[in-house]
Write a protein that binds this ligand. Sequence first.
Ligand code: FES
Length: 79
Amino acid sequence: MTCKTNSTLPVDVEAGVRYSWCSCGFSQTMPLCDHAHRQFSEKKSVKFIAENTETLHLCGCSETATPPYCDNHNQCKNA
Ligand code: FES
């Protein structure tokens, strides 16, 4: 069972820290990867380094073409 949602999800990030965005939808810590892809998917996480300390609203459907950010692919409620 996936944990995808058709909305963006807030994540507090720190400048200079590397994060892994979940591209498979099976993570229990959406929108960040918890390594569930190793068991359930061929997909891998998308790494990114936060430029600023802030709250980002990342894609929660895992279908975006602009990971980790929402591209309104699934008509996200918060896009
Ligand atoms: S758990 Fe989904 S990419 Fe890692």
